[in-house]
Design a protein around this ligand. Structure first.
Ligand SMILES: Cc1ncc(C[n+]2csc(CCOP(=O)(O)OP(=O)(O)O)c2C)c(N)n1
Ligand code: SF4
Ligand SMILES: [Mg+2]
Length: 324
């Protein structure tokens, strides 16, 4: 990391200011403000359709203090690629006002619907082409802006409007798509998970990501009081529990740019924050209405066991990969 300290970055003015109309306690703006503290100077943001986009730019207002562009669901990474390529061309030709800056940071924000599902093709292509940008996944684990439909990022067992828990099914019957592993498998030089409950960790990892010359991916869990059904003041508590229970482990993975695909099984993976004592998933689940059927009308031991086992297995694999 360059000479700038974490404290300096944390003190920087917000690039995303007040006036947005997200629900009270929404994590999306909390983590986005932390991410934006880590930028180096001129910054351009591309933003896919979703809660974050519609709520921060209700015409004729905007909460953005940096250049920002709303993209379609499908193409947030493609738009970022075009911007990055244009800046590079300007710098090469020494033309245009952006040519004078050593860096222009390009950051994309997209939800889980826009990342796991609809925008995946553009993201995969942009990473494969090696564009120098940072992609931030705001993962609230469903299509929230259109009424809580399930996505590839919705966890096993969660109730959504398209996977309602009832007599026929118990919520989502499929598991969450392993997006981090998929992005790592692209040979992405830097991939990390971030959690707004640890703001300095978010800023530090974002700065690392931005300073990498190539595509980088930050996966943020973004608790949503509306869709997860918890009181808005509990956002950070629930976010923290997600990591303490290993439901959402914090790790970072670095690999050399351009490393041949056959070597990818050995990226350098580090567990960024190991829970002092791993809590049981119940402490996380029981606070959220979307998992209420795990406990009522009666405790569903089979469901709890299946979920705990899958969390334990993933955590174990992660620890092995990180050599812990
Ligand atoms: C191609 C396309 N399909 C559907 C929609 C409708 N739509 C707008 S926002 C949204 C949900 C976004 O979900 P996600 O990406 O997870 O972001 P969130 O709102 O949850 O933050 C949907 C389905 C759209 N705008 N474009
Ligand atoms: S529905 Fe969820 S993600 Fe959307 S603004 Fe409200 S809390 Fe945030
Ligand atoms: Mg979502």
């Amino acid at each position: 990391m360059s000479d700038i300290t974490l404290k300096d970055m944390a003190r920087k003015p917000d690039a995303l200011i007040c006036g947005g109309r997200l629900c009270a306690g929404c994590d999306e703006t909390i983590v986005a403000r932390q991410v934006l503290k880590a930028t180096r100077g001129p910054t351009i943001v591309t933003n896919a359709t979703g809660c974050f986009e519609v709520s921060t730019t209700i015409f004729p207002y905007t909460s953005w203090e940096v250049p920002w562009i709303h993209c379609a669901f499908e193409n947030v990474a493609a738009v970022a690629s075009g911007i990055e390529a244009t800046i590079k061309a300007m710098q090469k030709k020494k033309e245009g006002h952006l040519a004078k800056y050593p860096h222009v940071d390009v950051i994309s924000f997209a939800g889980d619907g826009g990342t796991y599902d609809i925008g995946f093709q553009a993201l995969s292509g942009a990473i494969e082409r090696g564009h120098d940008f940072t992609y931030v996944l705001l993962d609230n684990e469903a299509y929230m802006n259109t009424g809580v439909q399930r996505s590839g990022g919705t966890p096993f067992g969660a109730a959504t409007t398209t996977t309602p828990a009832g007599k026929v099914v118990f919520g989502k019957t499929e598991t969450k798509k392993p997006i981090d592993e998929i992005i790592i498998a692209h040979g992405t030089p830097y991939v990390a998970t971030i959690n707004s409950a640890w703001p300095l960790d978010v800023i530090k990892k974002t700065r690392k990501a931005i300073e990498v010359d190539g595509p980088t991916f930050l996966h943020s869990l973004a608790p949503c009081s509306r869709g997860w059904r918890f009181p808005p003041e509990k956002t950070i508590e629930i976010s923290r529990l997600a990591t303490q229970t290993c439901v959402f482990p914090l790790f970072e993975c670095t690999q050399e740019k351009g490393r041949p695909v056959y070597e990818l099984s050995a990226p350098s993976l580090a567990i960024a924050k190991r829970p002092e004592s791993k809590k049981s998933i119940e402490t996380y689940l029981e606070q959220q209405g979307r998992f209420r059927h795990f406990f009522r009308p009666a405790r569903n031991e089979a469901l709890l066991k299946e979920l705990q086992e899958s969390i334990d297995t993933r955590w174990q694999i992660l620890c092995e990969k990180a050599g812990v």
